[in-house]
Write a protein that binds this ligand. Structure first.
Ligand code: PAF
Length: 282
């Protein structure tokens, strides 16, 4: 597995792949890799001749400096994990490579970035769209793979690719879960044992809502079900429940009659976790 630090190195390697007629799948990450990320790599490897991974803790998507400072990072461990997968190249740039001195250009999905999670994390999705656009331009992949757990992020990226006519396919990959249902996340390592056990209420609430949606329930009933299960866990502080149209993230009312995304976030001892499910008719 080749490690690249500069844009020139990435482009030279990619030129070699392209000359050999090979296709390229990309997985962008901020490191702190877990099974969820490795699943994305395996999906990319299944579909493409070459897999490129990026590890870059993107400062522009963190609102508070403290959050950025606390972001877990262990490059050695991440490289070992990637070496065990069919990953051909990993791009690990310095901040100044992605954001050169004097840079001015941002990318923002104006509506989708400023709703739901974007309301509580102003600027977050602008930071995500900007870095992902830059990484796409540097690597030039045929396709890129993102987890469905970060559901709003996935929809923001799909919209950006469509609006900017970027020549690649975006694949959403179902959330990878621990045996008890907790969605895998780099943040899980920060949970105490008690909060780790409590956090399973998120996936339980989503499973219950999924069952209810199959009975033709209303948005309000789904909201009540999810809220009730999370609020009955004393260690959870519910932050948000959003029940929206799966593709556009538009608010919904009445009976569930279309693919519907339920996005939840809750705090467990100072660690904010998110989870999601798409329910209702396909
Ligand atoms: O999901 C993530 O890890 C990040 O938001 C991403 C897509 C790598 C952009 O920094």
């Amino acid at each position: 597995m080749q490690i690249c630090r500069t844009v020139a190195e990435v482009r030279a390697t990619l030129a070699g792949y392209r000359e050999a007629g090979e296709t390229v799948g990309l997985v962008t990450t901020m490191g702190a890799l877990h099974e969820g990320h490795l699943t994305l790599m395996r999906n990319a490897a299944r579909d493409h001749d070459r897999v490129v991974a990026t590890i870059f803790v993107n400062p522009t998507q963190f609102g508070q400096k403290a959050d950025l400072a606390h972001y877990p990072s262990d490059d050695g461990r991440d490289i070992d994990l990637l070496s065990g997968e069919k990953v051909d190249m990993v791009f690990m740039p310095e901040v100044s490579v992605i954001y050169p001195e004097g840079d001015e250009t941002i990318v923002e999905t104006t509506r989708m970035a400023n709703m739901l999670h974007g309301l509580v994390r102003p600027g977050h999705f602008r930071g995500v769209a900007t870095v992902v656009a830059r990484l796409f331009n540097i690597v030039g992949p045929d396709a890129a793979y993102f987890g469905e757990k970060d559901y709003q992020q996935l929809q923001v990226i799909k919209r950006m690719v469509q609006d900017l006519h970027m020549p690649l396919k975006i694949h959403g990959v179902p959330t990878v879960r621990e045996a008890d249902g907790l969605a895998m996340s780099s943040r899980n390592v920060r949970l105490s044992a008690e909060d780790r056990a409590a956090a399973v209420c998120l996936s339980k609430a989503l499973s219950a809502a999924d069952k209810l949606a199959r009975t033709g329930a209303t948005v309000m009933a789904l909201d009540g079900e999810v809220r009730g299960i999370i609020n009955s866990e004393p260690r959870a502080t519910l932050r948000a429940i959003d029940i929206v149209a799966a593709e556009t993230l538009a608010p919904l009312e009445g009976r569930i009659a279309q693919p519907t995304a339920i996005m939840v976030s809750a705090d467990f001892g100072g660690v904010l976790l998110i989870d999601q499910a798409v329910v209702g008719p396909a």
